[in-house]
Design a protein around this ligand. Structure first.
Ligand code: HEM
Ligand code: HEM
Length: 124
């Protein structure tokens, strides 16, 4: 049985999957590829990475229930949507969104460093 925290990652991943697939189809239908990098990263940072994170926490339950996992969760799941929304605005011509992409990216980077550290530290 998968524990609750690991499942939360997967539930969020499903939301990203839907958004990314809709965006992909919308791009294809409209032949407007301005949001290609958003589509890519909603899929990969959202759907793919969140699912993998949930599975890793399932297989490393000590890591999944640690305090670090809690911080990782909030940092990753605030940095990622921040970065993606800002990236979409930037791709639609809002140059002012660029520093927000940078902030979101650094939050994601720190979250991933914490994740790696957490899994290695609580791998027992
Ligand atoms: C209904 C499903 C999907 C549709 C309609 C779709 C549509 C598209 C479109 C129209 C592009 C832009 C192509 C271009 O600019 O030449 C694209 C790029 C891309 N898609 Fe999707 N996509 C789908 C699913 C996926 C999935 C499931 C993933 C990954 C998990 C994915 C990853 C990517 C990546 C990485 C690119 C960029 C490729 C590149 O830069 O050459 N897509 N997709
Ligand atoms: C903080 C996290 C990330 C940042 C800041 C970032 C940034 C970037 C940038 C600047 C590009 C080039 C875009 C372009 O040429 O238009 C790119 C492309 C790409 N990235 Fe990322 N990336 C991140 C995470 C990831 C992750 C986690 C994956 C895969 C699991 C990934 C997969 C890709 C792919 C497949 C491309 C080429 C397709 C495309 O241009 O859309 N990225 N990324």
């Amino acid at each position: 049985m998968m524990h609750a925290h690991a499942k939360t990652w997967v539930y969020l991943a499903l939301v990203y999957f839907l958004v990314a697939i809709f965006l992909g189809v919308q791009m294809g239908v409209s032949q407007d590829y301005a949001l290609r990098s958003v589509h890519t990263h909603v899929h990969l940072l959202g759907w793919v990475s969140l699912t993998l994170t949930g599975l890793v926490y399932h297989f490393f339950p000590h890591a999944g229930q640690s305090r670090m996992a809690h911080v990782h969760f909030w940092l990753y799941n605030s940095g990622t949507p921040l970065m993606l929304v800002a990236l979409a605005l930037f791709a639609r011509g809002q140059g002012a969104a660029q520093p927000v992409i940078a902030i979101g990216s650094v939050m994601v980077l720190l979250a991933v460093v914490l994740f790696v550290f957490n899994v290695l530290r609580h791998r027992g």
